[in-house]
Design a binder for this molecule. Structure first.
Ligand SMILES: Cc1ncc(COP(=O)(O)O)c(C=O)c1O
Length: 403
């Protein structure tokens, strides 16, 4: 790779990497593979919300030109109203920016904020967008433990022990991918206090904020830390199953001095790419208004509800696995009780033998090698079949290595 920049040499995606291309290769030969590598609901038959279809047809001509680099004003207004309604205070239209997915927002933010040598606190496990963007920028990744024994909540003492004068930003993913858990208000307040004491900017990835099951509540980080510089991110990929529309956004809040500096930096960077996809921006107001689409998936009888139930029931029957029940999103992050020599090897062999594609825990920077992520998007019966197959594979895998 001598022609490529140094910075991409260590970049590797376990979500869309070698195993994914092997799966495509199987499929090109007519071999069916159950691809549980990406949280992409449309590939499991989750259709476009009717509200979005109607908005899309309404006046596509207005999206033919570039839009405002910050995002179309009507769409930004809908986003602003949404976040005001969730309790974030003192934000205006100037604080809202739209991007081509939270993925592009991550790239914009790392360009604007991360200097080589800065330390960026990231959860472990983390969604790899954040580890890879940090690495690309030359900043240093510093991982804080999320404690499986404590419902995968961030370990506050561990975070405190990692803070140094070089700590610039902290990423919080709540609800979390890959664990599917929602953090309590108490935990968020403790994280906010660390950020406050140490002048840390919090990047709060809340893309699953509306995908929370009954009995749990998502608390936007910015609401517990109105004085701390926080960048809240969300979008429509998950709540409205519109991954392909590439719709994400960010909202700046907290300390006005820091906020205005970051705002200016973002204005420079978003101008480089002229604008986000304008057609996606036309449907944002209708989608945000349509809360029913999301709620219907989460309530009893709804697909996400029933699929989660089926997954838990199937997992409960596998002796060799333990798992923390997910409160949100459509992920679960089981642990192989006996441990694994290599989670990558386990996932690879599962793909080759059972034609089921998972992502190993180390793909989320979980360093103990004992985990993998399952996506709870297939219909309940298919999910039940897949988890039984994984259980069967694990049993043979363990017996072959004398466990
Ligand atoms: C935590 C998290 N953040 C961001 C993204 C990317 O979202 P988008 O489709 O908006 O780029 C994902 C996608 O799975 C995710 O899980």
């Amino acid at each position: 790779m001598d022609f490529c920049a140094e910075r991409i040499k260590t970049i590797e995606s376990d979500i869309r990497g070698k195993n994914y291309y092997t799966a495509l290769d199987f499929e090109s030969k007519g071999i069916k593979v159950l691809k549980l590598n990406t949280g992409n609901p449309a590939t499991f038959g989750f259709g476009m919300p009717d509200s979005v279809r109607a908005a899309l047809m309404e006046n596509p001509d207005r999206a033919v030109g570039y839009s405002d680099p910050r995002g179309a004003a009507t769409a930004r207004q809908a986003i602003l109203d949404y976040h005001l309604s969730t309790g974030i205070k003192d934000i205006t239209l100037d604080d809202v920016f739209i991007g081509n997915g939270v993925s592009e927002i991550g790239s914009i933010l790392s360009t604007v904020l991360f200097n080589p040598g800065d330390e960026i606190l990231l959860p472990m496990p983390t969604y790899s967008l954040w580890s890879m963007q940090t690495e690309l920028s030359g900043a240093k990744t510093v991982y804080y433990k999320c404690d499986e024994q404590n419902g995968w909540n961030p370990d506050i003492d561990h975070i405190k022990s990692l803070v140094t004068p070089k700590t610039k930003c902290m990423v919080v993913i709540n609800p979390n991918n890959p664990t599917g858990v929602v953090y309590s208000e108490e935990i968020l307040k403790e994280i906010a206090e660390i950020a406050r004491q140490n002048n840390i900017i919090v990047l709060s990835d809340e893309i699953y904020d509306r995908l929370v099951f009954e009995g749990k509540k998502h608390i936007p980080f910015a609401t517990v830390a109105p004085d701390v510089p926080v960048i809240t991110m969300s979008g429509l990929s998950k709540s409205h199953c519109l991954c392909g529309f590439r719709c994400g956004w960010m909202v700046l809040s907290g300390n006005e001095k820091v906020r205005s500096e970051i705002r200016e930096g973002i204005m420079k960077v978003v101008a480089i790419r002229l604008s986000a996809n304008a057609i996606m921006e036309t449907i944002i107001p209708a989608a945000i208004k349509d809360t029913e689409y999301t709620k219907a998936m989460l309530k009893e009888g709804g697909r996400l509800y029933e699929q989660r139930k089926a997954a838990w029931a199937a997992l409960d029957k596998i002796e060799g696995l333990s798992y923390v029940k997910n409160d949100a999103a459509f992920y679960i992050f089981p642990r192989v009780k006996a441990g694994l020599d290599s989670d990558k090897k386990f996932v690879r062999e599962l793909l080759l033998e059972k034609k089921i594609l998972l992502v190993p825990g180390t793909g989320f920077l979980q360093q103990d090698n004992d985990h993998f992520r399952i996506i709870l998007l297939p219909e309940a019966n298919e999910l039940n079949w897949a988890i039984n197959e994984i259980g069967d594979f694990l049993k043979n895998y363990n017996s072959k290595r004398g466990v």
